[in-house]
Every structure is written in structure tokens, then in C-alpha cells.
Design a protein. Sequence first.
Length: 547
Amino acid sequence: MNMKIPSYHSDPHVTYLSKLLEEIREGAIQVPKFQRPLVWSWDDRLELLRSIRDGIPMGAIMVWRSSEQKLECYESLGPFKIRRSGGASQYLLDGVQRLSTLLGALSPIEAINDDADEFLEGDGEPPTENFEVHYDFELRDFIKREDIRLPSVSQTLPLSLLFDSVGMLRFQRGMTGSEDEVDAHIEICDQLVAAFRDYKVPVIPIVTEDVEMATRTFQRLNSQGKAMSEAHMIHALSWGGDFNLNTSIRETKTSELAKLGWSDVNDDVILKACKIALGFGVYVKSADEIGRAFKNHSGVVEEVGKACGLAVKFLIERCSISRPDLLPYALQLVLLTNAFRIHPMPTDQQKDRLVSWFWTTTYCEYFAGMSGDRVEKARKDLEIGLSNDNWHLTSFVPFEVQKLNRKFDFRAVRAKAFALRLTEAYQLPMSDSAILDSSMSGAEILQEYGREALLQLLPRTSSQKIIYSSYANRFLLPPEQGWEIKDRFALGEISQTEQSQLLISPGMVSALNKNDHIEFIRLREVAIFEYEKAFYEPHLQNMNVQV
């Protein structure tokens, strides 16, 4: 089957939106893998549709035309599989977010279903998101399919009918309501059809065989508007030959981190560790220069990935950081990855010092607001410690163990450290038969449930909002046991084992029996402070840190 000739060639051209979408579905334009995946929110997508309805230009689409370059491309755009082109290659440089949105919203439902069937037959993975959009006659606005209010299903128009004359006629014949209401809705339908069918889009081709020029053009285009991640920017500029930065990062995360349960770690961790390995600072923004370094040292991602796997294994086994969202600072993993890249087999003594380094930098909130120069000093301090057993942390301000905030926020560095201390308390030896389910250790509970395992047992009252949100009102428990323990907690019916596991003293139980929640919080704050202090002081001493 011969590919249809596009509606533009080598000069800027204005084409109808419907024609452009048809050409994309047929594969006349491919989407190279140096493009970002869809990152637009639903607010962005609906605003685009409003612009088209109102006749506001959405901006030009830019493509790269080449007769020689054959790039690896995505198999789908939004909910659609893209057919492979047999003629001259045309690659989408600017417009992925807009065209993904429009393909999903305006293409016939049958086309989406056909493509989903092709995915299910084994060629890739089917899209999990519903791109369908409707027009709500009552709201006079566009809404996504999931937001349709069930009583008004008949009062919404699927946008997939705007380019389907037969389907639109059938829809209008099936409208219900008073004659005036139906006439008004038909008029709106006709206005939407005219707005979208008459809508024109400028298409600007870049005709060149120079892949570096094309990717640099892509970078310049995507340095404005929706923020582009550094990884995707460098990916575009390092594109070429057999190297694909995004694919390399994804593959190394799969091979080295997935088995440890850390495949969700941010790509930025791998990228920053690679930048250090290539001799750059973690915050250096010279995408062109870094892109060239990646192309010249393409094996660096695999090397860093293996080191990251060793660092994560260390964090799991020696620090009980069982999942990425428990990590206090991403920079801790970046520098540990670099350390394990240089010292892949540290001694037990070196590991002990690394544990102290980790907890000292956590409790002193060492990486808060760190500049690139300070990160570089921290990297050198760590390397000197491992090489010469001369452990030192450059102090930028007097060291101080940061207090927990009055309100608990799991995203905070100290809150994560506090949660990890609760896991240790939960595992204290039991002195009696606890009512709590002891089939899971504290570490296993936190690993399984994350922040959902930090329950609030004191009740919420309008006069005690600060008490309710306090970190001293957070208890490590399997969420399904929350209601049962909360009822007994209100009555002060807490066994000795539960008191030990939950960091509760007899004095706190007495305060509960008196309904004195303020005193309970005060006593538990003191107990938490002493418990944490006994933990972190030896680590600070190992790092020669005085507070």
C-alpha cells in the first residue's frame, strides 16, 4: 500500500486540522524517541480544545523531513498506534502534546478500539488512560469522559463525532428534551463541527540530514513553555548512532533496581550520578556539552546503574530504606552511587562509616538548599573518608540536629527519619501477649504501606487541630488495625507490649485516662526526642561532628 503524500512538502504550509490528524494516523509523520512522552495535564488539554472552539491559533507544528535518517520511533501517539512509513521520513519535532490530545479527543471511537485490539494482539502495550472528551451542553464546556455526571449522559456530545457526519446525524436524531432545547443543542453541535473542521494549522518543515541540527532545534523549541526535564533535554542532544539516553536509563533501572523494588527511583538520580562520573557538577546545565560527553562515553549509564544498585542494596540492608519515598535526600543516593562506583566492595568498617554519614546528613538536614559547589565538597569529603578513613563533613553553617516540625509532613526529611525510628521501636521484645498483629515487623509495615502506616490515634477536634496534626500523634500500625486500636486508645486500654511498640509510656496512658491530650503530646514529644538522640549521637561522633 503506497503512503499518501502529505499536504505539505518543503515549504511552510497551512493545512486543515482534520487532514493533519489523518496523516499522523497513517504514519506520514513519525514521533522519534528523543521526544518526551505525554506530560500535559487535563487542564492543558481542555484549554487547547477551548482555543480551537474559539478560533484561537494553537501555534505551528514543526516536523523534520529527511530521506536518509531512520530513527527509532514511538509505536503510538496518545491512544493510537502509528503506522510505519515506507517513504521519506518525517519526524515530529514540536507538537506532541497538542496532537496527542487532539488524536484522543477527535478520532472515531472505532479507530481507538481497533488500535487497542492491535495492542492486545501482542504489538506493544495498550494505553491505560481514557483520552475521550465530551462537550457538556449544560456547562457549555469540554469535560473528560470520567467527569460526566450520570444523570446528564444524554446531554453531552462525544467530540469523536465532530469529523463523523453520519455519526453526528445519528446523535442529533437521538437527542431528547423539549423542541427548543434540542434545537439549541443541534445548533451548538453545528457550531463545534464548523469550528473544528475549518480549523487550520501551520506546518513548518525542517529539511536536513543533520540529526544534531534537528535535535538542537528540538531542544530550543522545548526550552520554552512546559518545563522539560534535564534528562529529556540531554537525551535529545546525545541522540545518535546506537546510543539512546532515555532507553539506557530505563534499561539500567530495570536490570539493577527493579529486583530491589526501586525501579521508581527518579531518572534524575541516575543522570546526576552520570554527570559526576563524566566530570560535571550535578547542577551544570550545559546540555550541549553534556550530551556530547554521553555520546562519547555511552557505557557510563550502565556503569553508574550497577553502582546505584549497590548503593540501594546498602540502603536497604544497612539503613532500612526499603523504598524510594523513604529516602530523605535524593542527593544522598547520588553521592552514594558515586562512592560505590569508585569503591564497589567497601569493607564492613567502611560500610559502618557510610551508615553514620547517611544518618548524620539526614538529622542535620545537610543537603537542604545545597548549591553545586557544596555538593562537590560533600562528594570530596565522602571520597576522602572512604580512601583515607579520614571522615569529615565540611560545615557550611554550625551543625545542628533539626527538630521535628509541629505538624507532621511525611515529605520532610526529619519526618522520614522519625518514621524509620518508629519501625525500630515496633520491633522491641514483647513482654506480654499483644493484641496488635505481630506477624509483620515495623520495617515490613512501613515498606508495605508507606505513609499510610503512620496513623493518628488522638481524635480530631476543632480546638485541638495542632495536637491532631502533631508528629507525636503518629503511630506505626497496619492501616487495617486503625479503628480497633483507636477505640482502645481512647479508653487508655493499651497493653505493655503495645506501649513499647508505639513509644508510649505509663505516664502517657495516665494522661489518656484523664483525657489530657495536651499532656500526652508533651510527654511523647520528650520520649521521641530522647529515643532519636540515643540513635543519632553515635553516628555524629563517627563523623567527628559536634553539635
